[in-house]
Design a protein around this ligand. Sequence first.
Ligand SMILES: Nc1ncnc2c1ncn2[C@@H]1O[C@H](COP(=O)(O)OP(=O)(O)OP(=O)(O)O)[C@@H](O)[C@H]1O
Ligand SMILES: [Mg+2]
Length: 453
Amino acid sequence: MEISITKRQRAFINSPAFETLYGGAAGGGKSYGQLVDAMLFALEYPKSKQIIFRRTFPELEKSIIRVSRELYPRKIYKYNTSMHTGTFKNGSIIDFAYCDREADVYKYQSAEYDVIRFDELTHFTEEMYLYLISRCRGANGYPKRIKSTTNPGGVGHFWVKSRFIDIGAPDTVHDCGETDRIFIPAVVSDNKFLMEKDPDYIKRLENLGERDKKALLYGDWDLTEGRYFTEWDKTVHVIKPFILPPSWNRYITLDYGLDMLAAYKIAVDEKNRAYVISELYTGKDNGGTGLIVSEAAAAVKKLIGGDIIKSTYAPPDLWNKQKDTGKSIAELFYENGVKLTRVSNERTAGWLNLREWLKVYPDETGKSCADLRIFDNCINLIRTLPALQYDPDNPDDCMRDPHELTHAPDAIRYFVSGRPQKTKPVQKPPVYNFKIERPKPDPGGFGDKIKLI
Ligand SMILES: Nc1ncnc2c1ncn2[C@@H]1O[C@H](COP(=O)(O)OP(=O)(O)OP(=O)(O)O)[C@@H](O)[C@H]1O
Ligand SMILES: [Mg+2]
């Protein structure tokens, strides 16, 4: 059997780094490269163990599993549909896995793999990635590798960019302290196989909207105009918890729905600077479930602890009368001991106001500061607020999808709706000057041939 690979696929396969990202334009041959690499590793290292992740099972099944079953020779490879495991004749295995919710990572708590692979890495959160890569270990002496492929964009765009692209020149192994990493860029013209079979593919990519075109056709990582809160600067907005003076006012702000509750305790100092100090978060994306009102109210009371709360802000839809009880959710909260204060749910005004709270400016000592800062224990807010993306159909607003990403920012928006902030001049515009150097299209086409004997 003979498998042809492109030059970029060869670079991915031969990568000497612990963490490799092969990323860029759609159709560059990334997923295929991932599968060829997995097979070569499996054949070279008998009884080796690998796992390939996609974020959801339907995506996994439609892409990676399907292609692997076509690509891997039946003489040496068997796929077990119920276990989602492929086994090679030499005893090597490849698990095909997904990780839909944050809590899914714990399914792999005691697992050990030689190579851990992610297809479409930007669909994963950084927390998932960091947890899962800790499963890469074993005493068999085989190389240990994390190998990922992805397009730019997606919920994980920014952490992937800072982990792999912002570290320096592409196609170069960078020593990043605890690990070494390399970014191997892919452009669609790398993939002569696709160009030959489907020459109109590029034309279809050209018809995409500007942002998708940049990401999918050019594999461009510089999509900063996509991030909704360009003010976001983790080094300023996320702070270590400290003991608060009792004199500072405390507030609760919350968003509540059938399948989620996001509530925050916020303290405000004498200068009207707010500190988000603790978080109560349950939703699909962190493996949580919805709570009935009495449970939600009990959880909010626990969040309040012994503090005196000035107001508990909530959106107006909680005042709608429920068909079954004839009462509103706000009334039910009240009956369970939590009095809510209704604030506006006007999105554009609310987001604009939140921008004011997030603006970075020098404080009295010259240090960068913002009027809203978040204690580092509020992990879901820190994860989802910077992940909000511009809505291409309404530049004043952010995307409402993925829906799970909006709960925590919405809750904070209700807080600022209750407490509008005066406008301030921008002191420090965010600097995003990174540009990747795209590799020259490969005029020769096919890179190498791999022979399997
Ligand atoms: N070495 C190869 N030999 C034959 N066909 C290939 C090769 N590499 C890629 N292809 C084919 O090119 C097409 C695109 O490849 P692939 O799906 O791997 O690209 P991708 O970069 O993962 O795309 P996307 O960004 O859409 O996920 C597929 O039909 C795949 O089978
Ligand atoms: Mg792919």
